[in-house]
Design a protein around this ligand. Sequence first.
Ligand SMILES: CC(C)(COP(=O)(O)OP(=O)(O)OC[C@H]1O[C@@H](n2cnc3c(N)ncnc32)[C@H](O)[C@@H]1OP(=O)(O)O)[C@@H](O)C(=O)NCCC(=O)NCCS
Length: 128
Amino acid sequence: MEDKQSEPQGTLVIQTVAMPADTNANGDIFGGWLVSHMDMGAGFAGRRRAHSRVVTVAIDSLVFIRPVTVGDTVCCYANLVKVGRTSMQFKMEAWTLALQDEKPKKAAEGMFTFVAIDENGHPRPVDR
Ligand SMILES: CC(C)(COP(=O)(O)OP(=O)(O)OC[C@H]1O[C@@H](n2cnc3c(N)ncnc32)[C@H](O)[C@@H]1OP(=O)(O)O)[C@@H](O)C(=O)NCCC(=O)NCCS
């Protein structure tokens, strides 16, 4: 899949290296591993924005653009696109950089919606 965007958008929230233990049967990185990092990264950004615990309520429009390879550096970027009463929506992008490459490539993107919750797990308002 072609993607024309040349640079990541948003704040860097996760940076890690894809390891052999995270591969699928093709030898590439398992998609669920990547999604869990995007989710964690959006959770960090949500917690920081809401100043409270948050939970994922929805993941939409998730697209895997190119495979991630063992040894790639994987970076997740969070871009806050909407704040509701108790919810926040982040556009998340995952970019990879192979050792031999100079330019990162976008591997996946999607919309992650989080809800701020109180100590009982009930939605609580987010400052607008
Ligand atoms: C998230 C949760 C606390 C929301 O509770 P709820 O009683 O359904 O709350 P509400 O209906 O008042 O919705 C709260 C907010 O979430 C939004 N929301 C609910 N369902 C949504 C969905 N499918 N997509 C996008 N936003 C959604 C609502 O629009 C609302 O946003 P707003 O306050 O900004 O207008 C509850 O559904 C929950 O605990 N879900 C499980 C979360 C979880 O465990 N996530 C990790 C999965 S492993």
